[in-house]
Ligand binder design. Structure first.
Ligand code: AMP
Length: 629
């Protein structure tokens, strides 16, 4: 077997190695299942260097011998090094040929020698994960790297025993991770890369043909603006509140400062998902302090930092001649922040792509480039039809298909759903792919919580779920509650992780199980709808039993009891259920409950007549009800 070409994101803070086969690109994990390798190296006299998590974790104990952020000095001259990376000043010495070097463990090491240690570790991770020799790599560098910096990166690879078959720009890799540039579609995209310590934005011209399909037309950025600054801003806000609450702070203690920064980062990460986060801190004076930080406060605190990224976007746009950007690829952990996503979308007046893990996008794209060089490219990224149907989970574990397989892309479809429990304020939207009727037999693509539904009786909220697969094959699922306008969305690359054979296998399975699957789906729907009917009957009877003939009530209750037994049987063992008999019983119960309906309406009208006119709300789940939470 020929040795593999892997894709490597050699980052300032973290590095990753990825591989692309027919089922698409994936990041390779180490023996502990960890995919991200901190770009931290501790040099120990007479011993092999310590690379990665342990070096990062213990950096404060061995600060003099640990190199963090070697990439900042890669290929730079000694004269410019201090201004390029002032935080590294204590380690900077002059190396060979006037280059910047690190003084560690009694040696002067070039950044490429430090980078080589990280690459050597990535190579070992890849060889273990793939079970074969790895001697060639596509390595990414920032678009602004000059020839010297690129050459230094190549040297680092060679030192690690890797032939650098291609050095590609990080934004180009990010675009490739989404299959951009592979479909023969010409478009202009922006890559907004907001990581832990740096911000870069690039405008790319993706041409329909030619060898060099992705061209960087402008770049801008700030090499000292990132998630760390966000943490520092939040920490500053928390410190001010702690002081305002009458506590003293120990500004000199680095352990305390770190605890404050960790708390700030924890709150930041939580606020990417939730509207508020709680902060609990043990204070230096021995007391504890708790507070809550809302997303609105957080957005106010970080507004100026986000505004700086937007200013860079404007510069990049101006330098590129103000092209119409069609989409923005989001890269880097800080792009998980909702305000950052909104700001990027507004700056470019374009849709943002967030489907791929922002920490992995660059490595995945490097792996796609590697597979192209091997002539082994993943067709999966290039599908022009939806290969497997896409839908969401409904009550009872059934799948409501929304976009059908073999539909050509772009494609869009919407369906209405509702809640299954009174007062339900959130639903879990579970996006699935596959031809089978039940969740257990389909492939889970994504889940998201749709929160903020105003409390209403079950079945009343009107939740419009839209599936949109755009021309690049990226799926956006959005949900909107019609009355309140609350909305949320998630993005996925729906085709990753499956080979053509697996897709064919799933289709065959669906045919084999079609009859039994339809039955299970039908029973799940009957159970869901009958349960809502039974609930309503129970509530209505409690209100108007006195207005009805006791013989009618007893007959109704026994019919309802029979349907309830069918629901129980359907939920326990759908296969043994007679769907036609269940359907008939349910329909008969619907008809038989008409007098109850009338009595209930009469009572309502009478009550309202006393209270004055009121608007009545109506509405029903058009198709099943989404799974309640
Ligand atoms: P990167 O350099 O791309 O690995 O990005 C790391 C930065 O992303 C760090 O500052 C993290 O605190 C930040 N980050 C990671 N996850 C989140 C999140 N869910 N919300 C906000 N920031 C995050």
């Amino acid at each position: 077997m020929r040795d593999a070409i892997v894709g490597i994101d050699l980052g300032t803070t973290n590095s990753l190695v990825a591989w692309c086969d027919e089922s698409g690109p994936r990041v390779l994990a180490d023996a502990d299942g960890v995919r991200m390798l901190p770009s931290a190296v501790r040099f120990v006299r007479g011993h092999a260097p310590v690379v990665g998590h342990v070096a990062r974790r213990d950096a404060h104990l061995h600060r003099a011998d640990t190199v963090l952020g070697a990439k900042r000095l890669m290929g730079r001259g000694h004269a410019e090094a201090r201004s390029a990376a002032p935080e590294l000043a204590p380690w900077i010495v002059e190396g060979v040929r006037g280059l910047a070097a690190f003084s560690v463990a009694g040696r002067a090491l070039l950044p490429q020698e430090v980078g080589a240690e990280v690459l050597r570790r990535l190579r070992a991770i890849a060889e273990r994960a793939l079970g074969r020799r790895v001697a060639r790599a596509v390595i990414t560098v920032p678009a602004y790297f000059d020839d010297g910096q690129r050459e230094a990166t190549r040297d680092a690879a060679r030192l690690a025993g890797l032939e650098p078959v291609r050095i590609i720009n990080e934004p180009t890799a990010a675009a490739l991770a989404y299959g951009l540039g592979l479909r023969g579609r010409a478009e202009t995209v922006a890559v907004y890369d907001f990581g832990g310590g740096t911000f870069d934005v690039s405008i790319l011209d993706i041409s329909a043909e030619g060898d060099d399909v992705v061209r960087v037309i402008s770049t801008a950025g700030d090499t000292h603006l990132g998630g760390d600054d966000i943490d520092a801003a939040v920490a500053g806000h928390l410190a001010a509140r702690i002081v305002a609450d009458g506590h003293g702070l120990d500004a000199a203690s680095s352990a305390w400062r770190q605890a404050l920064l960790d708390a700030a980062e924890g709150a930041k990460v939580a606020l990417s998902e939730r509207a508020s986060a709680s902060v609990d801190l043990a204070l230096p004076d021995g007391t504890s302090w708790s507070a809550s930080l809302t997303r609105a406060d957080f957005e106010t605190i970080i507004g100026p930092l986000v505004a700086r990224t937007v200013a860079c976007c404007r510069t990049a746009l101006a330098d590129a001649g103000h092209p119409q950007v069609e989409r923005v690829v989001m890269v880097g952990g800080s792009t998980r922040i909702p305000l950052v996503r909104r700001a990027a979308a507004e700056a470019f007046r374009a849709e943002v792509y967030t489907a791929v893990d922002p920490d992995e996008t660059v490595a995945l794209g490097a792996a796609v480039q590697a597979s192209l060089l091997e002539g082994r490219r993943s067709d999966i990224l290039l599908l022009d039809v939806i290969p497997l149907s896409l839908g969401i989970e409904t009550v009872g574990g059934a799948v409501a298909k929304i976009l059908m397989r073999n539909q050509s892309i772009p494609a869009r479809a919407t369906e209405m759903f509702s809640t299954s429990v009174d007062g339900q304020v959130s639903i879990s939207i579970h996006v699935l792919q596959g031809e089978r009727e039940m969740v257990a037999d389909c492939r889970s693509l994504a889940r998201f919580e749709f929160r903020g539904i105003p409390p209403m009786p079950a079945g009343i909220p009107q939740i419009e779920v839209e599936f949109l697969v755009d021309a690049n094959g990226i799926l956006t699922v959005s949900a909107r509650e019609r009355r309140s306008g609350v909305n949320a969305s998630v993005q996925v690359v729906p085709t990753w992780g499956l080979t053509r054979e697996e897709i064919a296998g799933m289709e065959r399975d669906a045919l084999t199980h079609a009859r039994e699957d339809m039955h299970r789906h039908r029973i799940a729907d009957l159970c869901a709808h009958a349960a809502l009917d039974l609930k309503w009957i129970g509530e209505a009877l409690a209100r108007v039993r006195d207005a009805l003939d006791p013989a009618y009530v007893s007959d109704l209750e026994s019919r309802a009891g029979a349907v309830a037994a069918m629901v129980e049987q359907g939920r326990g063992d759908a296969a043994s259920c007679d769907a036609d008999a269940f359907q008939r019983a349910k329909e008969e119960l619907d008809r038989f409950s008409m007098p109850l309906h009338e009595a209930s309406i009469t009572r309502t009208l009478r009550e309202h007549a006393c209270e004055g006119p009121q608007v009545t709300v109506s509405g029903k789940a058009v198709r099943g009800t989404a799974e309640g939470t």
